[in-house]
Design a protein around this ligand. Structure first.
Ligand code: DGP
Length: 112
């Protein structure tokens, strides 16, 4: 079990900004922008590499459609970045699939 399952289960606190039956969004503990939230499925999927076209198609669509909803709720609709780190080499540190949503400042490209 990762720390994100504990957040879903309310075993540890988090600043939750959005929740529905399939996913949860909360503020990152180490924000890299004025707005930095993590959108996670409630099902514990390790990373993009563990997604199955059979089991997760609807969930993937739901997550993608929820991103602009959360961004809009947080006042950054129309100007934000989404990041999904997959695997340790890409900087993934929590092995529960999560979409970073960052905004509230000008964002540079390319990322490091
Ligand atoms: P990643 O490096 O892509 O695996 O991102 C993991 C993010 O999770 C990282 O930006 C910090 C955040 N994080 C780790 N532990 C906690 C926690 O306990 N609470 C919250 N709110 N965020 C956490």
């Amino acid at each position: 079990m990762t720390i994100f399952t504990k957040i879903i289960n309310r075993e540890i606190p988090a600043d939750i900004v959005y929740e529905d039956d399939q996913c949860l969004a909360f503020r990152d503990i180490n924000p890299q922008a004025p707005v930095h939230v993590l959108l996670i499925p409630k099902t514990a999927i390790v990373s993009l590499d563990q997604l199955s076209a059979v089991d997760h198609r609807d969930l993937c669509a739901h997550l993608m459609l929820t991103v602009p909803k959360v961004a809009s709720l947080l006042g950054i609709g129309g100007g934000y970045r989404t990041v999904i780190n997959t695997g340790a080499q890409a900087g993934q540190t929590v092995f529960h699939l999560h979409i970073h949503i960052l905004g509230g400042r000008d964002l540079k490209w390319p990322p490091g």
